[in-house]
Every structure is written in structure tokens, then in C-alpha cells.
Design a protein around this ligand. Structure first.
Ligand code: NAD
Ligand code: MG
Length: 363
């Protein structure tokens, strides 16, 4: 068991990491004791981990039986309509400003529940209990909450920091392999962007992560959360450094959108996007070819594709990345690598290097 802190002045909060954390009442007591609590979860995670959480909330001394809100599973439910249903349940139960929300699930549940907490009676405190690797290393930390709009993903939302994050590494044992690999892409991202030692650790221990070894998982999650917490503390609202967390994401978003949302998991697309960013960086002379090869090899070993699908030709890619001819130089900013562990945001990139990178697809 381990505690990291996200340092944000009066909005600082602990991240508890370890096996069985969600069963430890002490993780919840400071935020929830004596409070009325609504648990937001979904139809997959609730049946798996709801009872464990219910017991530790009771032991943490919450007031009354928690209000249990179980959403249907899936990104398609990450909508304002779902948020409104949650708000209705809270109002019907006469929750007040001192009440709390606990989000139990992956990033979808965390984003929805966090946004409901951000706007219910102008904001109530909430706790994240993330159950996917992606949510544990990324979405549960940092305070971005929100939902999708038919015209765009994550287009409605708010910054609202949780009061605690409780990461129970045991919950990953039931995670589908594909979701695990997608989460590993974001883990690898932290090594590539700012932590060369962690990158080297991942090269050595990736197989233990794929085998779901608890100690290795806890270590990887701790290092990832430490990276994210540091970036968020330095730039809570993404005016500068936080943009580096988008390594691989500009290429990745193009793949996600171009292949139709849901065909590729976000992390799968980010893995491919990071391999593309590494190759492009090498072409520009920013990254040693041997280091680009190490990045690609690690992404590949995590079970992720390193080349984009052949369906997406360079012209389509550019369209999806929002670079038509007119805005081609200048406007688009990409996160590239100056070295392993040294990401940099730049608008000043070599368009030929981009073109070559987009031209190489999987066969
Ligand atoms: P998800 O929440 O859809 O979870 C993936 C699948 O795994 C779901 O079917 C879920 O029910 C299931 N699941 C969750 N935990 C499980 C467990 N322990 N065992 C078995 N199955 C389990 O997807 P995700 O990848 O966790 O999150 C993606 C979402 O996160 C997207 O909506 C994305 O926009 C958002 N996100 C937000 C941020 C942020 O900063 N707020 C950052 C990254 C991603
Ligand atoms: Mg991401």
C-alpha cells in the first residue's frame, strides 16, 4: 500500500495504490465519514466490485445505505442524458451540498460521475475508485470530467478534482486483455514523455505487467500516477506542460475517428500514435534511430500496432488531424520526442517527415 499526493494547494488529494485498497475503510473515512454517499458504477463493474466497496463504505462510517446508481456499460452512455438521470436520482434522494459521490468503474464511469459531482448544486466532493488500468493511470487523476456530445467527444465538461483516488490493483485481474494492453499504452507514454528510467524499467518488466503480477502493476501505476500528478500540479488547466500528455494522441485521435469510434480502443490508437511520433522524431533528427526503435519495440511487445491501418492514407490522415493545405504549416502542434523521456510540443515540424510518417501504413 502506498500514498501519493497531487499537490494543488487546498484542492490537494491523496492517491492510494495497492492490492485490496478498495476494501480498506481508511482510504474513504476522511472524505466520506458521516456523509450521505451515492455510488455511480456500471452493470459490469457493479456486480464484480460493488459488495467489496459497500462493505468498506459502511466501515468508513458513511451515513445511511449508499444510493446505488448503476449505469448501462459503454461509451455511448457517456452523455448529458445520463448525467441528468444521475442528478434526478440525487435530487429525489434529497442529497445536499455535503453529500458525496463515489465513482466505481473505468474512465467512462469516472468522467460521468465526476461531471455530475462538478455540477450538482454547483459542485460536491467526489472520490474516484478506478477499475481499468487506463482509468488508474490517467483519467481518475487530474480533474478532467465530462461527457460526449453527438458533435464531439468530451465536448462538455469541467475541471473538478476528486478528494481522493483509491486504486485497488486487485481489480485488474478481471480486466479483458485488450483493455489491459490499451492501458499499457498510457503507461508507456509516461516513460516516453518524461521518465527515461521508468521507460527502461518497462523494457525489463513488461512481461510481468502482461501477466498481471501485483507488485509490478503497483509499481507501474505508482510511477505513472506520479508523472501525471507532477504534470497536473504544474499546469492544472492545460495551458502549457499538460499538453505533453497528448504524446501520440494527435495521430491516435485521427485513427480513432477515421476507423469509426469504438473500432480501435483509445489506448490502442495512442500506442500506434506514439510509434508514429517516435519515427517522425527520428526523421527530423530529434531522436536517435536506435531510441525510436526501442520505443516501437516496447509498444509492439505490449500487443499494440506500431503502424496505422492501410485504410487511412496520408490525405485522409491530414484531414482527420485538421491540417488541410491552407493551415498546413504553423497551426497544428505535435508532441514529439527529443529523446526517450523528453517530449516537446512543437508547431515547427518538418512537413516532409510528417508526410513520410503518414505514408507508412500496416499491410
Ligand atoms: P471504460 O470505462 O469503458 O472501461 C472499459 C471496459 O472495461 C468497460 O466495458 C468496463 O465496464 C469494463 N471494466 C471496467 N473495469 C473492469 C474490471 N475491473 N474488470 C472487468 N471489466 C471492467 O474505458 P476506460 O478505458 O477505462 O476509459 C475510457 C474513457 O475515459 C473515455 O471516455 C475517455 O474519454 C476517458 N478518459 C478521460 C480522461 C480524463 O482525464 N478525464 C483521460 C483519459 C480517458
Ligand atoms: Mg489518452
Amino acid at each position: 500500500m502506498e500514498i501519493l499526493n497531487v499537490e494543488l494547494g487546498e484542492r490537494s488529494y491523496p492517491i492510494h495504490i495497492g492490492p485490496g485498497e478498495a476494501a480498506r475503510a481508511e482510504c474513504f473515512t476522511p472524505v466520506l465519514e458521516g456523509r450521505r454517499v451515492a455510488v455511480v458504477t456500471n452493470s459490469t463493474v457493479g456486480p464484480l466490485y460493488g459488495e467489496r466497496l459497500r462493505a468498506s463504505l459502511a466501515a468508513a462510517g458513511v451515513r445511511d445505505e449508499p444510493l446505488w446508481i448503476e449505469l448501462p456499460d459503454g461509451e455511448s452512455h457517456k452523455s448529458l442524458a445520463t448525467v441528468e438521470q444521475i442528478l434526478t436520482r440525487l435530487l429525489e434522494a434529497r442529497f445536499d451540498r455535503g453529500s458525496r459521490i463515489v465513482a466505481l468503474g473505468g474512465g467512462v464511469v469516472g468522467d460521468i460521475a465526476g461531471f455530475a459531482a462538478a455540477i450538482y448544486q454547483r459542485g460536491i466532493h467526489f472520490v474516484q475508485v478506478p477499475t481499468t488500468l487506463l482509468a488508474q493511470v490517467d483519467s481518475s487523476v487530474g480533474g478532467k470530467t465530462g461527457v460526449n456530445h453527438p458533435l464531439g467527444k468530451n465536448m462538455i465538461g469541467s475541471f473538478h478534482q476528486p478528494r481522493a483516488v483509491v486504486i485497488d490493483t486487485d481489480s485488474l485481474q478481471s480486466l479483458p486483455t485488450r483493455e489491459l494492453r490499451a492501458g499499457l499504452a498510457e503507461v508507456i507514454k509516461y516513460g516516453l514523455m518524461q521518465d527515461a528510467d521508468f521507460f527502461a524499467w518497462l523494457e525489463e518488466h513488461l512481461d510481468r505487467l502482461l501477466a498481471l503480477e501485483p507488485e509490478a502493476l503497483a509499481h507501474a501505476i505508482r510511477r505513472s500516477c506520479a508523472c501525471k500528478a507532477e504534470v497536473v500540479a504544474a499546469d492544472e488547466r492545460e495551458s502549457g506542460r499538460r499538453a505533453l500528455l497528448n504524446l501520440g494522441h494527435t495521430f491516435g485521435h485521427a485513427i480513432e475517428t477515421g476507423m469509426g469510434y469504438g473500432a480501435w480502443l483509445h489506448g490502442e490508437a495512442v500506442g500506434t500514435g506514439m510509434a508514429m511520433a517516435a519515427r517522425m522524431s527520428a526523421r527530423m533528427g530529434w531522436l536517435a534511430p536506435a531510441d525510436a526503435a526501442r520505443a516501437e519495440a516496447l509498444i509492439h511487445r505490449a500487443g499494440l500496432d506500431t503502424y496505422p491501418p492501410a485504410e487511412l492514407d496520408a490525405a485522409r490522415f491530414r484531414e482527420l488531424m485538421g491540417i488541410d493545405k491552407k493551415v498546413s504549416e504553423g497551426r497544428l502542434r505535435l508532441v514529439l520526442l527529443r529523446g526517450l523521456g523528453a517530449a516537446e510540443l512543437t508547431a515547427d515540424f518538418d512537413d516532409n517527415a510528417l508526410q513520410h510518417t503518414l505514408d507508412e501504413t500496416a499491410r
